[in-house]
Design a protein around this ligand. Structure first.
Ligand code: CA
Length: 687
């Protein structure tokens, strides 16, 4: 009854008020976004980030009749991760290189497009492709974070920039990939870069002017300088050594939520820099506020409470994964909770007013800790967790039991729909760690990336998790990791795209598959739904790329450089869905001579440290960025020019001048050629 009454409230009362008044996105509209049935005004649909829509025209009974309404070419073959927003009949989406699009939500016709013209050399600082997760709307403006650290305010009607600010120090390898949120007239924006070595923070800018209102650092800086806040002074007591020299990490690169009644802004923080705590804080310590959930005052940035999911992180266990706010009944009491399924594999339920831990249960295979001690709120680590005695294969790995791919919460089923995955990682310390400017500084031995066979994909599943019973209700297994985010609707549906290029609707209660189409390229982003002129639409971005290129090793669809599109579906459209096609890989011709084995071995190391993150482990492309084994003769002749002189920088290939020597580039080339020879041999034996 409890859940049903909440649903009726959401369905009927404010939806009627807000259906067609055509007003701008005001502070009140954002607070009421959960009840505004027809639109999708903020990243997680509402401040509670539930990704639950009260729309039910498309439902379990008729979803089989879904067809194509329209689709739009996103002008990229690289990763698409955005959640589009919809207001006043316009859909706003972002593509690669932080390009912003405004389209007619009914037809897909372009209203405007704004390209921030990012210097392509900046791509070297993108740990996980030049992706963007979407915009924020407020007061006639569209706010977008740019990969190079800018925050821009655009006129929602024309796309003209109204103001732009640089939110980061351009001499440091910061990036922005996350969507801003607007709370009480302030634009909230975080940053990324912990893999390279930066100090994380979240900033609030006045929406009207772009003036900085406040900034909250997530980790302490050099203690010989004044602390920026009392919170930093407390945090510094949990660090040892000279952590600030490596930045410390804690970058809040994705997740925020807001509770207007409690007036608390929730911020999820990232992993430590470098990963291995021994290199960051050699005498131990919890290293606040890494891998934490922070509750801040949105007016001042003052810290009210924190909960650290992974004290002394050594595994890239970020807590930037989505936080969902809900009111649920636990032990006979109605509790106002915050729920998160961070990378570390435990599903947390906290009292969102106080930060009190209510439950923490493993939702995937977890081997770094046996449980979370409810008395202390701390994980009980296993003996092998900190890989003190050599290489340790641990679950989850840095991809997490759940990553940025959005989950959703359905108030009627009471279930949280999590894109979950079980991929282990062989953690191994780097005994020779030296910090390199502008490079990944993990403190993890290169050996784990320097491999000459791509690893097989690990399994994943759509998990329906009951946060009250603290257990799984159902799951749908997949063959590939890194599947898309989820959307739950009052039509009794859960929508999700997959790494192998499908877009699927499930029955929200039972997990039964009700509808499926193939889009031709992997889906990572989360779907949305909206209604215009009495007609309900479902939209999702499909475009493979991102960190998956490294992790999965191979694109699950097999498509190579497939074009990304924004797809929109509606009932009885009569239009078929034609999946996109990838490009033909260039012909694989034999190369004269055999690369020197010693040079190949050396090249494998340098490839692992510098190239694998984009071009794929073992030189096997993830499908979105060039497969180097197929390089044309002109590329093979110009390796030094391309890698060191930036000959292909306009195509998105940054220069590695100052990071690699000419001899090291030659070694990388030798390794890639040896992988090409392997491929030639394999294709010859198949004939
Ligand atoms: Ca990370």
């Amino acid at each position: 009854m409890r859940r049903a009454s909440g649903l009726i409230h959401a369905l009927f009362l404010p939806a009627l008020l807000a259906a067609q008044d055509g007003r701008q996105v005001t502070d009140k509209a954002l607070r009421d976004a959960g009840q505004t049935a027809g639109e999708w005004l903020t990243h997680g649909r509402d401040y509670a980030e539930t990704r639950f829509s009260p729309l039910n025209s498309i439902n379990a009974g008729n979803v089989k009749r879904l067809g194509l309404a329209w689709s739009f070419d996103m002008e990229t073959t690289r990763g698409l991760e955005a959640t589009p927003l919809v207001a006043e009949g316009v859909i706003y989406a972002t593509g690669s290189w932080s390009v912003v699009y405004a389209l007619d939500a009914r037809t897909g016709e372009q209203r405007w497009r704004w390209d921030p013209e990012v210097d392509r050399a900046y791509g070297r600082r993108a740990c996980c492709d030049v992706v963007n997760r979407g915009v924020a709307l407020f007061d006639g403006k569209v706010f977008a974070g740019i990969i190079d650290g800018r925050l821009a305010a655009l006129d929602a009607a024309t796309g003209q920039p109204l103001w732009q600010v640089q939110t980061t120090d351009r001499s440091q390898p910061y990036t922005i990939t996350g969507a801003p949120r607007v709370v009480k007239g302030k634009v909230i924006i975080g940053n990324g870069g912990a893999e390279y070595g930066v100090r994380g923070y979240v900033s609030a800018y006045e929406a009207a002017t772009g003036k900085l209102a406040w900034r909250f650092y997530t980790v302490p800086g050099d203690p010989s300088k004044p602390f920026e806040s009392p919170a930093m002074e407390r945090a510094a007591k949990t660090w040892t050594g000279e952590w600030w020299k490596g930045g410390g990490g804690g970058t809040p690169w994705d997740s925020f939520a807001y509770d207007p009644a409690a007036d608390l802004l929730y911020v999820g923080t990232g992993n430590g820099a470098p990963w291995d705590r021994n290199l960051r804080s050699p005498q131990g310590g919890d290293n606040l506020y890494l891998s934490s959930i922070l509750a801040l005052r949105p007016d001042s940035g003052e810290l009210v409470w924190h909960y650290q999911t992974t004290p002394g992180d050594s595994w890239d266990y970020t807590a930037v994964q989505q936080m969902i706010l809900a009111d649920i009944e636990i032990g006979g009491k109605r509790r106002q909770v915050l729920m998160q399924a961070p990378k570390n594999g435990f599903f947390y339920v906290l009292d969102r007013r106080t930060g009190e831990l209510l439950s923490a249960d493993p939702f995937v295979k977890v081997t770094w800790a046996t449980k979370v001690d409810m008395a202390t709120g701390r994980p009980v680590e296993t003996r092998e967790a900190r890989y003190e005695q050599g290489m340790q294969l641990l679950w989850p790995g840095p991809s997490g039991g759940h990553n940025w791919h959005s989950m959703s919460y359905h108030p009627r089923t009471g279930l949280v729909y999590i894109p979950a995955q079980e991929e282990p990682f062989p953690y191994l310390r780097d005994p020779n760690f030296t910090r390199r400017k502008e490079a990944w500084n993990l403190g993890i031995a290169n050996a784990v990336l320097a491999i000459d066979e791509p690893p097989p994909g690990s399994p994943a599943f759509l998990l329906a998790w009951d946060p009250v019973a603290r257990k799984e209700r159902w799951r749908v297994p997949y063959k590939t990791i890194a599947n898309g985010g989820t959307l739950a609707t009052a039509g009794g549906l859960v929508f999700q795209g997959t790494a192998d290029g499908r877009f699927i609707a499930y029955d929200a209660a039972k997990g039964e598959k009700l509808w499926e189409v193939s889009l031709g390229t992997g889906v990572m982003a989360a779907p949305i739904t909206y209604q215009l002129g009495g007609r309900q639409y479902v939209s999702v971005l499909a475009g493979w790329g991102g960190a998956q290129s490294l992790v999965v090793g191979n694109n699950a669809t097999g498509a190579y450089k497939a074009p990304g599109r924004l797809w929109t579906f509606t009932l009885d459209s009569g239009k078929p869905v034609v999946p996109v096609k990838g490009q033909q890989r260039p012909a694989l011709t034999a190369i004269d001579g055999t690369p020197d084995p010693a040079q190949v071995k050396k090249g494998l190391e340098f490839y692992g440290a510098n190239c694998a993150v984009c071009h794929g482990l073992a030189a096997s492309s993830g499908g979105s960025i060039a497969d180097l084994r197929y390089s044309a003769p002109s590329v093979l002749q110009d390796y030094r020019g391309i890698v060191l002189e930036g000959d292909y920088v306009k195509l998105g290939m940054p220069s590695f001048k100052g990071m690699l020597t000419a001899e090291e580039v030659d070694a990388i080339r030798a390794f890639v050629l040896s992988q090409r020879a392997k491929l030639l041999k394999a294709s010859a034996s198949r004939r």
